[in-house]
Design a protein around this ligand. Structure first.
Ligand code: SF4
Length: 158
């Protein structure tokens, strides 16, 4: 605990084999950290929380530069839908709806309405009974904030 993230990645982890654009830290519901933020973080709950991420169980998954982020977000919603126990509707329905919207935006001439998208994330965050449905909006919001240019084609303006 307290080790700079840069040291964990470059020295302890041996660096990357190929260009990476983000680190998903803390599991599927943890924060999605863009490479530009790596030097701001150390392995402790406080530095992650104050930068808008979540240390969680501190696993680190690299998202390669070549991997489309929209596909990654689709995977996160698919994971949540698969793991959902079905007890509350924000998670049971919202996770499937999020996956469907992202699939449609990739396969058809369709852009996701930003207001609808934000409503979906807020409903998941506030209405879910446990951390599965309640946690999925964090990495999605991180992606929307730090990778807005890459995700722009899939969302309407607004
Ligand atoms: S948020 Fe939790 S309680 Fe609600 S459906 Fe998902 S897994 Fe079940």
């Amino acid at each position: 605990m307290g080790t700079p993230l840069r040291v964990v990645v470059d020295e302890m982890g041996g660096g990357f084999r190929e260009p990476v654009k983000a680190l998903h830290i803390g599991g599927p519901l943890g924060g999605l950290v863009p490479m530009s933020k790596i030097d701001d973080l150390s392995i402790d709950f406080e530095s992650f929380a104050s930068n808008g991420f979540l240390l969680g169980h501190a696993s680190i998954l690299s998202v390669p530069e070549r991997f489309p982020l929209v596909k990654y977000l689709e995977h996160l919603f698919a994971f949540t839908a698969h793991e959902s126990c079905g007890k509350c509707f924000p998670c049971r329905i919202g996770s499937v709806r999020g996956k469907e919207l992202l699939q449609k935006a990739q396969s058809e001439n369709y852009q996701i309405d930003r207001e609808l998208w934000n409503d979906l994330l807020e409903t998941l965050e506030k209405g879910s009974l446990c951390a599965l449905g309640g946690g999925i909006p964090l990495p999605v919001k991180n992606a929307m904030q730090y990778f807005s240019e890459e995700l722009k084609p899939y969302f309407s303006r607004g």
